[in-house]
Design a protein around this ligand. Sequence first.
Ligand SMILES: [Mg+2]
Length: 222
Amino acid sequence: MSVVLDNAGIIIFIVVDNTLKLLYNCNMKNKLILTDADGVLLDWEWAFSVWMRERGYTLSENAKQSYYLHHHYNELEEKDAKRVVRTFNESAAIGFLPALRDATYYVKRLHEEHGYIFRVITSLSLDKDAQRLREMNLRKLFGDAIEDVICLATGADKDEALAPYEGSGLYWIEDKPSNADCGHRLGLNSILVEHGHNMHHTCNYPVVKNWKEIYELITEGK
Ligand SMILES: [Mg+2]
């Protein structure tokens, strides 16, 4: 067991199977990071496109430029888009999403080297089994770095879920501009993960391309 004293307080690590695991951090509150899942920790878009292709839908050429899925698939009407997303989010496929870009490596480093823990706020579904699959998926990819997973209704706004953290200055990592803006208004430290659908969003908080940039922002204040 190792005890490390940094300027945030005492952090205790334990070695299990030659891996350093965080056991206790007396200042967990300052080490808490709030984060979205889809498009931030998980590559939902890729998994959804595979699932749709298997059901006969073809991606349109301008798919990446819009947040709205009925713009991604010619055969998909606006009125059906939300239902299709919910069906996917409540399918078995939701338990097996891959990590987004370099998320696994840098989330692991933030947790194991710096003691950060991640509370996930995700507009997945209210279906209990889907929520269990999401948690299983996240814990398999990110292990003990995941402190908690809070699931809201499919596509729900996050204003109410973020309200308890108002003025806390916690990091809030999102890819949906309206949710990142909401966190910023509440006094959180919003970071927007860039995608084709949000790259024209103007904001006065950081926009990043990957987790390496998030890691540098958090650890070096870059
Ligand atoms: Mg998202």
